[in-house]
Structure formats: C-alpha cells, structure tokens
Design a protein around this ligand. Structure first.
Ligand code: T5A
Ligand code: NA
Length: 212
C-alpha cells in the first residue's frame, strides 16, 4: 500500500509480567499518551475473554471449570490465533498495537503449570506475529501480594509465580525485551516506557512484521 510506505506500519508492543505487575495500568497510560500524540493505536488483552474460547478460559481462570494444563494452554494459544488476521491487518494499516500479555505469558505459565518444557509450551504460538518490543514489568512477590484482589485467580500463588518468573527470565530476548522496575511511581514507569516505545515505533516503521 502506498500509504504504508509513507506512514510506515504500526509497532507491535507487548506487556508482560507476573500477576499484578501493573500491565493493564501501563497499557492504558501508554495508549492514551500515544493517542494524544496523534499515533494511531489499539489496545488488546490476552486472554481476550470476549470470544467463545475466551469465555471458556475465563471459567478456567476463575475456577468454574477444570481442564488439563495442556488443554488450557492450547486454548490460550487458540485465543491468540483467532485474532491473528486482525492483528496483522491493523499493523499493516499503520496502527500500533499495545497488547496486555501474549505468547511469553502462554509459555511461561503453561510450563510452570503443566511440567512440560518451555520449548514444548512455546510451539503452539509459532507462526503468530512477533512483537517488536516486549515491555517486561518486574515486581517482587511482597509487592504483588499488596496489590488489589491478590489470590483469587488460578495462578496467584507464591510458588507458582516463582516458577513463572524464572520462565520469563529464560524467555527474555535481549534484542526485543525491555525490562524495568515496576515498583516505582506509576508516572515514572510510564515515562520510561513511552520513551522506549516511541523509539520502537520509528525503528519498525519500514520493517515487515516478523513471525514467532
Ligand atoms: N495466562 C494468560 C496464561 O496462563 N496463559 C496465557 O496465554 C495468558 C495470555 C489472567 C491469567 O491468565 C494467565 C496469566 C494470568 O494469571 P490477565 O487477565 O492478564 O491474565 O490477569 P492479570 O495479569 O492477573 O491481571 P492483573 O490485573 O492482575 O495484573 P496487571 O494488569 O499486571 O496489573 P494492573 O495494572 O491491573 O494493577 C494491579 C493493581 O496494582 C495497582 C493497580 O492500581 C491495581 O490495583 N498498581 C500499582 N500500585 C502501586 N504502584 C504501581 N506502580 C502500580 N501499578 C498498578
Ligand atoms: Na491485567
């Protein structure tokens, strides 16, 4: 598209971190700030609990249904695959995507929960669009537990979170991951993220969307 060549494609920005790290808070702050600067931007969360698959995932997370860990993992992945075409279309039209959790959450949580290897757990997402930047929010367990509604959903236990944290460390790729201390003031965290994201938007404008 001629428009793409002039404007560039949008950036695929993903937020990752343990439960209550502040992802949703920062996703909203970033989306608002980009919009205020005239950047075309869309927000997306995974799991997307609004679809049929997403409703089943919600029942699983809130402990209304039981599933084998592997079956649950494949549903989380299917929930990303059902959005694939829409995500790519938005990026190609020049819209930057700000996404709350993605494939790294899938692999890190499933490996902690199922006992399958990280490699096994990474397979179902191979072929999905790859993030240009993964913003990784770091919080200590004491801080996590102080934040609202801790302990209600399925994976909100200290032992599980420790395993998931180790998995995230193994998945972190120095080229695309940007880790930061998420225990500071919300505005300070936001300022650091915004600066890095504006750079990512420029850097990927003339690159094609890569695949996981
Ligand atoms: N999952 C997910 C899988 O197992 N596989 C997958 O493939 C995927 C995609 C639900 C669960 O599903 C698992 C992971 C999860 O266990 P979710 O819907 O994203 O995933 O749920 P959570 O990540 O648990 O969402 P939370 O809402 O708990 O965490 P957030 O988004 O990280 O945190 P946020 O922004 O809502 O903030 C939490 C609280 O902290 C405060 C906020 O005001 C809020 O009260 N807060 C701060 N307090 C002090 N200082 C700061 N800087 C703060 N920032 C936020
Ligand atoms: Na969230």
């Amino acid at each position: 598209l001629a428009v793409n060549r002039i404007m560039g494609r949008g950036a695929f920005i993903v937020f990752e971190g343990l439960d209550r790290a502040g992802k949703s808070t920062q996703v909203s702050m970033l989306t608002d700030a980009l919009r205020a600067r005239g950047v075309a931007v869309q927000k997306q969360s995974f799991p997307d609990r609004s679809t049929a698959i997403g409703k089943l995932i919600d029942d699983y997370l809130t402990k209304k249904v039981e599933l084998s860990p592997e079956a649950a993992h494949l549903l989380f992945s299917a929930n990303r695959w059902e959005c694939k075409d829409r995500l790519i279309k938005s990026l190609e039209e020049g819209t930057t995507l700000v996404v709350d959790r993605y494939a790294a959450s899938g692999a890190a949580y499933a490996a902690a929960n199922s006992g399958q290897t990280l490699e096994w757990c990474s397979q179902p997402d191979r072929g999905l669009p790859a993030p240009d930047l993964v913003v990784f929010l770091r919080v200590a367990e004491e801080e996590q537990q102080k934040r609202a509604n801790w302990g209600e959903e399925r994976f909100e236990r200290v032992e599980t979170q420790r395993k998931i944290g180790k998995n995230f460390d193994r998945l972190a790729d120095s080229r695309t991951w940007f880790g930061l201390d998420a225990q500071r003031d919300k505005a300070a965290i936001h300022a650091e993220i915004l600066e890095r994201v504006l750079r990512a938007i420029q850097e990927c404008a003339d690159q094609s969307v890569k695949a996981l």
